[in-house]
Design a protein around this ligand. Structure first.
Ligand code: SF4
Length: 278
């Protein structure tokens, strides 16, 4: 007993100071692929290696448009293995309020042999296609949420068909290291007590009704965070006989958190982004 007490005291505080201090992710951990766009000479090998369609290219008569969609990317690293112009970073804070922000496009002059020549436009995120009026409604909703909820928030998690990789990372949020409760954020067992829905997995057709009912059981105002590549877009599963695709195919999503799975820092970043505390 005294041994345990001694070890606890000797260990000291293990809780991260994030977001006051930067995320301390290991150098080995997988994050966003980084493309050396000015020196990239041919996207085709990397595009062919990408199993999810996150990296794609469309050729016009003289130009090539390369697109990287982090909402689909599983951080598998196959593109980096196929092409030295791509390297896997450990950047994990990628949450976005609008799905379009997850997509980066690069344009090249196309050579007759199918390789690239000059870089026509550097990597840039796609413009948000949502009308301005919708953003105004979103801002009003956020202000109302801040007024009603103050600094405390209850979260209900729904596994809509995930492999449970995201659940393992979500469980880490309650560990002493990440300690979600220091923000006044708590997981609850009932959607009737929840202000935020954390949804993982591509929405399987069998879970569609349960997800809708869970959302409808929550009191307004309510927030929805789509977790992982599957939650953002359907991920490796996409849309098929068993999967409807991303969470936004079923209920409105406020924040998208890319990753496969997103680590606890990425999840914290997404949750704090949803409540404007990131
Ligand atoms: S890391 Fe994997 S999923 Fe992401 S773009 Fe590269 S090959 Fe595609």
């Amino acid at each position: 007993m005294f041994d345990i007490l001694y070890h606890s005291l000797a260990t000291g505080v293990v809780t991260t100071d994030y977001p006051k201090t930067p995320a301390q992710t290991s150098r080995q951990s997988r994050g966003r692929p980084e493309i050396d766009a000015p020196n990239w000479k041919d996207a085709r090998a990397a595009v062919a290696a990408c199993p999810t369609g996150a990296l794609s290219c469309t050729d016009g008569p003289e130009t090539r448009r390369v697109t990287l969609d982090l909402g689909k990317c599983t951080f598998c690293g196959f593109c980096a293995e196929a092409d030295p112009a791509i390297r896997m970073s450990n950047v994990c804070e990628l949450a976005a309020r609008h799905k379009a922000e997850l997509t980066t496009t690069i344009q090249y002059q196309l050579a007759p042999d199918g390789t690239h020549q000059a870089l026509l436009s550097p990597p840039r995120a796609a413009a948000d296609p949502r009308p301005a009026a919708l953003d105004a409604v979103g801002a009003q909703l956020k202000a109302r949420i801040a007024k009603v909820l103050g600094r405390s928030l209850h979260i209900r998690e729904v596994d809509a068909g995930s492999c449970n990789g995201c659940e393992v990372e979500i469980a880490g949020l309650n560990s002493p290291v990440y300690d979600l409760e220091r923000f006044g954020l708590h997981f609850v067992a009932s959607p009737r007590h929840a202000d935020m829905l954390l949804v993982t997995g591509p929405v399987s057709r069998n879970m569609e009704l349960a997800l809708r009912k869970t959302y409808e059981a929550m009191p307004a105002p309510r927030l929805v965070v789509a977790v992982g590549a599957c939650g953002c877009s359907g991920g490796i599963f996409g849309t098929n006989y068993a999967s409807l695709g991303g969470v936004d195919k079923v209920i409105p999503v406020d924040v998208y958190v890319p990753g496969c799975p997103p680590n606890p820092y990425a999840l914290l970043h997404g949750i704090l982004t949803a409540i404007d505390r990131g």
